[in-house]
Design a protein around this ligand. Structure first.
Ligand SMILES: Nc1ncnc2c1ncn2[C@@H]1O[C@H](COP(=O)(O)OP(=O)(O)OP(=O)(O)O)[C@@H](O)[C@H]1O
Ligand SMILES: [Mg+2]
Length: 415
């Protein structure tokens, strides 16, 4: 190891020092690399194995790496879905003493899919819409916190399955800026760029035969605009209601919760004549259901998965006649008697292919379909068996999604 090597990190795994830092990233040997699919990028990005986990290494200048590292740490602390930064490595020199670029190291996001992997088989507009919807939620969350992204695109986002939908994670924060508040101009600039980039990416997919030529890429790309503004309006917009329509206050809070946003306070001001009030919510952040499940069960799950689990928990509470019991106790029991055993019923070799909460969601869906078809109540064990044998065996392992060929692998799930 060259003596000038410097590593900035919050905590450092000693195995870090074993990575071949004196070799340009492009030439790292196969035995340290993990062959996973990546989005398109300007810089060299590789995945490396490190103490049983996988890390993403990006080669960039020291200044840029340090800046991105700091930003990722900040947004990670604010609980925004993003990749987790591990370290900046600089002062690298090769065998001849030539300087090498610095590297930013982030944790590989388990079960995440770059958008091209989501579409690898046969992309349908419905899937594109789902990805864009997830990206709109991420943008609203970031903008509420004053984060201007500066280069929003599908390649700068990673997607995780979320109970049939997707959850978006920020992966590339290089162009980001954190402000106290964003002006409408800054927000609009971010959305316009997102739209332009997405349309470009959809054209690329069409050129690569992954999206039907007949689909209107511009129309699909416009959706980011619509979804973002709808959400922003719902989350921050002022509403005028008559004083005798107080129920609309609760209504607004419920709608925001349904969208996954948490209301911190409501600013209510009455009009001069006292007949109407103005209502403006102060939304803290998304993750309403996520936080509830975290508090009740300690499980760290996506928003829609959390909602699905809470519904099942409610049902369990009703069936077992425990409406008057504290929810914390019922949740504990539900976890031990319903959730965990359901996951455990899945054959061990298939279990890790999909993240646990998504597996749980798919099993419940499957049980519902089977019951509909067979016109009887299908027990969970029967649904698990059928689901595992017919569907899960055909799924790829998405934990670290291994690419076996140059081509991106197929996913057999977009039915
Ligand atoms: N921690 C991570 N987990 C999973 N995938 C990652 C991670 N970091 C990077 N990637 C993959 O590598 C790709 C490139 O990373 P990134 O966007 O940071 O590179 P870049 O060269 O800065 O991109 P750009 O061309 O937008 O400047 C991403 O699209 C993503 O697919
Ligand atoms: Mg990028």
């Amino acid at each position: 190891m060259p003596s000038r090597l410097k590593i900035t990190a919050a905590t450092l795994d000693p195995a870090f020092l074993d990575l071949p830092w004196s070799t340009p990233l492009e030439e790292w040997p196969e035995n340290v690399l993990a062959p996973l699919p990546r989005g398109i990028s300007r810089h060299v990005v590789r995945f490396a194995r490190l103490s049983g986990q996988v890390v993403a290494v990006k080669e960039i200048s020291h200044e840029v790496a340090q800046r991105e590292y700091n930003l990722l740490r900040l947004i990670d602390k604010m609980d925004v879905p993003s990749v987790e930064p591990l370290a900046v490595v600089h002062g690298r020199t090769d065998a001849n003493g030539e300087e090498l670029n610095a590297a930013l190291v982030t944790k590989h996001l388990q079960y995440s899919l770059p958008y091209r992997a989501v579409f690898s088989q046969h992309m349908r507009p419905k899937t594109a819409f789902r990805l864009i919807d997830a990206l709109a939620v991420l943008m609203v969350r970031l903008h509420l916190l004053g984060f201007y992204w500066g280069d929003v695109s599908l390649s700068n986002t990673l997607f995780r399955r979320d109970a049939g939908a997707f959850a978006a994670y920020l992966v590339d924060a290089e162009t980001g800026e954190l402000h106290e508040n964003l002006t409408p101009g800054q927000r609009n600039y971010d959305i316009d760029l997102a739209r332009t980039n997405i349309i470009g990416e959809l054209f690329d997919l069409q050129a690569g035969g992954m999206l039907d030529e007949s689909e209107d890429a511009i129309h699909i790309g416009d959706r980011i605009h619509e979804r973002y503004h709808e959400l922003w309006e719902e989350v921050t917009g002022e509403e005028v209601i008559a004083t005798n329509e107080r129920w609309r206050v609760t209504d607004r809070i419920n709608r925001l919760n349904d969208l996954g946003f948490e209301v911190d306070e409501l600013a209510i001001t009455s009009d001069d004549d006292g007949t109407r009030v103005r209502l403006r919510p102060k939304v803290v952040d998304a993750g309403h259901f996520h936080r509830q499940i975290m508090r009740l069960t300690g499980l760290d799950v996506e928003e829609n998965q959390a909602r699905r689990m809470l519904n099942d928990l409610d049902e369990y509470r009703a069936i077992t006649n425990q409406q008057d019991e504290p929810i914390e106790l019922v949740a504990h029991e539900w976890l031990a008697t319903i959730y965990s055993p359901t996951i455990q019923m899945v054959p061990r070799d298939l279990r890790a292919r999909i993240a646990g909460p998504e597996l749980f969601h798919e099993i419940l869906e499957h049980r519902w379909y089977m019951s509909q078809k067979l016109k009887r109540d299908v027990p969970t064990w029967e649904a698990v068996k059928d689901y595992s044998e017919k569907f899960l065996v055909r799924r790829r392992d998405e934990r670290v999604y291994m690419a076996t060929t140059q081509e991106l692998p197929r996913i057999a799930t977009e039915e």
